[in-house]
Design a protein around this ligand. Structure first.
Ligand SMILES: *Cc1c(COP(=O)(O)O)cnc(C)c1O
Length: 447
């Protein structure tokens, strides 16, 4: 067994390039090679067990090896693994579209499939742009997008254009389309004043330039990759009303927040907001297979319906659009939500998590703890009292997660922010264990 794991590790270093990874470091580090999963636990080739504290990067919902989802995929596999969605359809994609329209906010009426969060956003941007082009007249001048500072919408070039995280995005600026940006009001300490500043900037931008703006894209309630930054309450609702007032399409990126992660099925429900376009991915299949959806309104859909010769179709699609195995997983996941009352059973766990996190506030280098539902960011700082951050080179986030890993917990940092995002199905016992390990890891890494 040991030799097998050694061989795998060598071949990984020889042949593989990992995402968001400084490979020069990777080549002389030792990383778990995960072979199996059970519920909230991941098991590596050496038989070591780890709690999955970030839901395998924000995707796992009901845990690993969820029987109902395993079974649904196997049943579909007995029929066909993949057929095209171009010129053809299939039962599960139809059923899933109907289910998504039913559970998402009113007004969203059509589902366009793709296979990851970045493409779900690309599609929303292209749809919004093309919609105004096809409305014609003065509307054809609506070609620009508004996005927030610190935003993250994915890694393909269109999604990077609306992104606002310098570390990931700055280098590519020459390749990107120009956008208008409003300050993120999400940064702690957030308060009424910050919210009003961001809204005032947005209102002044819209009052001057709305005739050139196709849409505004944002992550509702919490900016994830920015470091888990919660929005001031009421911000989303105010943005919705400005977008409506100035005839600008609101695109909500719920790739991270969707499917229960914030405590409700979708984050926008918490402020009673319905977007014009909604982007879903990550948790859509319960974390099993790549599938994404961009939902939109009848009005936008109608803007693409015209005589064939007018060439107003949405000329976009992917080889694996609406993959049947992925649709089977998604439908089974939604069924689990209903049958097991996942959201109802999540509420006491959110409260428990909040109480457990309180204990970490006593640690000397914990600067801030931010939580929206099951999305948590713990910001480590060199000197919280003076607001002094750790330098990037200190790799404090990485050092902490390596200590956590030694103690049987897998997590991923965002810079100096420790992210916790366990599967919604995690037990109270494991939730408590997770926070205890994080506390120990922070203590050892920062001492
Ligand atoms: C992860 C994420 C994306 C990108 O999704 P991928 O499936 O990784 O391409 C887009 N938007 C948000 C808010 C995300 O968290």
């Amino acid at each position: 067994m040991a030799s097998r794991s050694h061989r795998l590790r060598q071949d990984d270093k020889r042949y593989v390039w990992h995402p968001f990874t400084q490979m020069a470091d990777w080549l002389h580090e030792r990383h778990p090679i995960i072979e199996r999963g059970e519920g909230s636990v991941l098991i590596d080739v050496d038989g070591r067990r780890y709690l999955d504290g970030v839901s395998s990067l924000w995707v796992t919902v009901h845990g690993h090896r969820k029987q109902a989802i395993d079974r649904a995929i196997r049943a579909q596999l007995g029929k066909v693994a993949h057929t095209s969605f171009l010129g053809l359809s299939h039962p599960l994609a139809i059923e899933l579209a109907k289910a998504l329209v039913r559970i998402t906010p009113d007004g969203l009426a059509k589902v366009f499939y793709s296979d990851n969060g970045s493409t779900a956003v690309e599609i929303a941007l292209k749809m919004a742009f093309q919609y105004w082009q096809q409305r014609g007249g003065a509307f054809a001048r609506k070609t620009r997008f508004i996005a927030l500072e610190e935003a993250y919408h994915g890694d393909t070039v269109g999604a990077v254009s609306v992104g606002g995280i310098d570390l990931f995005h700055q280098l590519y600026r020459p390749l990107l389309f120009p956008i208008r940006r409003i300050p993120s009001p999400y940064r702690a300490p957030w308060n009424r004043r910050r919210r009003l500043d961001a809204l005032a900037r947005l209102e002044s931008m819209l009052s001057r330039h709305h005739d050139q703006v196709a849409g505004l894209v944002m992550e509702p309630l919490i900016q994830g990759a920015a470091g888990m930054l919660p929005a001031p309450s009421g911000f989303l609702k105010a943005v919705r009303s400005l977008c409506s007032q100035y005839n600008v399409l609101l695109i909500l990126d719920e790739v991270a927040t969707g499917f229960g992660r914030t405590g409700t099925m979708f984050a926008c429900e918490q402020e009673g907001v319905a977007p014009d376009l909604l982007c879903l991915a990550k948790g859509l299949t319960g974390g099993y297979l790549p599938l994404a959806a961009t939902l939109t309104t009848q009005q936008i859909f109608d803007g693409f319906c015209a005589p064939y010769g007018e060439k107003k179709a949405f000329f976009h699609g992917h080889s694996y659009t609406a993959n049947p195995l992925a649709c089977a997983a998604a439908l089974a996941s939604l069924q689990c939500f209903r049958r097991e009352q996942t959201l109802k059973r999540l509420q006491p766990k959110i409260a428990l998590l909040r109480r457990e996190l309180e204990s970490l506030r006593l640690l000397a280098h914990v600067g801030d703890i931010r939580q929206v539902g099951f999305m948590v960011g713990i910001e480590l700082m060199e000197d919280p009292k003076r607001g002094k951050a750790y330098p990037y080179e200190a790799k404090m986030g990485i050092r902490t997660i390596l200590e956590a890993r030694r103690r049987g917990l897998i997590i991923r940092p965002l810079g100096n922010v420790i992210v916790l995002m366990p599967p919604l199905s995690i037990s109270s016992k494991d939730l408590i264990r997770m926070v205890r390990i994080v506390g120990d890891a922070i203590r050892v890494a920062t001492e």
